[in-house]
Design a protein around this ligand. Structure first.
Ligand SMILES: Cc1cc2nc3c(=O)[nH]c(=O)nc-3n(C[C@H](O)[C@H](O)[C@H](O)COP(=O)(O)OP(=O)(O)OC[C@H]3O[C@@H](n4cnc5c(N)ncnc54)[C@H](O)[C@@H]3O)c2cc1C
Length: 379
């Protein structure tokens, strides 16, 4: 079988399938395995899923979130630390693990199209070295080729919506606590939020998710200036905006095509985090391939992503007064609930918050019913 896309979700899928004894080749368009460096934050669930391959990428641990809006502040302590990871190290670690399990990694191979061919699929692939086209055969193809997936397009999935994400690498002031993430809700700039993630005692990533690419970059530059930070560099790309579950499997002739990670839109739309959910999607697809279509993980992931969508819809049109009340209402019990459960357990977090602080739920429901039902995104 062929996995298209040698990045986080693709190498993880390849490793799982190769460990189960399947013959797997990974086709990656880049000629060398030098993924763009990015500072990312993930929940500790990554540690449980990846073990050693993930550990090499961990550069810092987060114990606290500080939330700010309109002169107000709230602090949430985390029972289990969140992890700051360096994406390039993570991808190399996963590639090594997949290769050690027997997967073949073929670099400089750009997937172009696929079509039915007898009991298999024929894949057209371009060699970047000399531009020559090759034809490959596989019964099963896994598309792990990111937000603008060519595999998805070739197999007939509709194009997904995306949002721009941009972050600046900044030098941290001496007094900045290296175990703390800061979040600012500024609804006139973004329906999401600004974050500052420290990757070490001296450096961090300050960014935001927006709706329009150029405007998002302008907002970030203004915010950096207001807070007195100088950008040492920028990192950014468009990432999928989850608007509903994307079925992960399609039949093409007698072959099967699956999608994992960003290609399947497996991104939490509350925070637009896609690393852990992409791994869970990869695990689900590997289970489905190995168990004749059955996967419990895919059902759990679908419920989780839908819950994040519900929360996002509720808060997407929050105005300043709503955020001010939200931060005020984050009383001790609600803060504890956010801290004890990671953001990959949205259901339990919500249930605990509802029990301890029903007014928060009421606010969310009001947001959902009055103005939050439209998720405006642009491709
Ligand atoms: C600046 C930034 C910050 C982020 N921060 C966070 C964060 O803090 N936490 C978090 O959880 N998530 C974060 N995300 C989202 C996260 O990075 C993605 O969800 C995740 O990396 C997706 O991984 P993937 O393997 O599905 O896709 P990708 O990493 O996009 O990999 C796709 C791979 O497919 C290859 N490919 C594409 N087309 C072809 C083709 N035709 N043929 C062959 N190969 C092809 C590409 O070269 C690439 O290697 C962030 C994203 C950005 C841009």
């Amino acid at each position: 079988m062929a996995v298209v896309g040698g990045s986080a979700a693709g190498f993880y899928t390849a490793g799982l399938l190769a460990r189960a004894g399947r013959d797997v080749r990974v086709l990656e368009r880049a000629e060398e395995l030098q993924p763009a460096a990015r500072t990312l934050i993930v929940t500790s669930r990554m540690r449980e899923m990846l073990g050693a391959a993930g550990e090499v990428a961990v550069v810092n641990e987060i114990r606290r979130f500080e939330l700010f809006t309109d002169g107000r502040a709230a602090t949430v302590a985390l029972a289990k630390p969140d992890l700051i990871i360096e994406r390039a190290k993570l991808i190399r670690g996963l590639a090594e693990q997949a290769q050690a399990a027997g997967a073949k990694v073929e670099l400089g191979r750009r997937f172009l199209k696929l079509e039915p061919n007898g009991h298999e699929l024929a894949l057209a692939v371009e060699r970047s070295r000399d531009g020559l086209q090759e034809e490959l055969r596989a019964e099963t193809v896994v598309g792990a080729d990111g937000a603008v997936s060519r595999v998805a397009q070739a197999a007939g999935w509709p194009r997904q919506e995306t949002v721009p994400l941009v972050q600046a690498i900044v030098r941290l002031p001496a007094e900045y606590p290296a175990n703390t993430v800061r979040v600012w809700f500024v609804p006139e700039d973004t329906p999401y939020f600004y974050w500052l993630i420290p990757e070490s005692e001296s450096q961090g990533a300050l960014g935001l998710i927006g709706e329009d690419g150029k405007e998002t970059r302008r907002c970030l530059e203004r915010f950096l200036e207001r807070k007195g930070y100088t950008a040492l560099g920028f990192q950014g790309a468009r990432i999928p905006a989850y608007t509903g579950w994307v079925p992960v499997e399609r039949r093409v002739g007698n072959g099967r095509v699956y999608l994992v990670g960003d290609a399947a839109g497996q991104v939490k739309v509350t925070t637009v985090g896609g690393i852990v959910t992409g791994f869970r999607g990869a695990l689900g697809v590997a289970q489905a391939i190995l168990n004749g279509g059955r996967s419990r993980e895919l059902g759990r992931l679908r419920r989780e992503l839908n819950l994040h969508l519900l929360i996002r819809k509720a808060i997407h049109r929050f105005e300043q007064k709503d955020y001010s009340r939200l931060v005020d209402l984050l009383n001790d019990a609600a803060r504890e609930s956010l801290g004890v459960h990671s953001r990959d357990e949205a259901g339990r977090v919500l249930w605990n918050i509802c029990k301890s602080q029903p007014r928060l739920l009421l606010m969310g429901l009001r947001g959902l019913m009055t103005r939050g039902t439209v998720l405006r995104t642009r491709t």
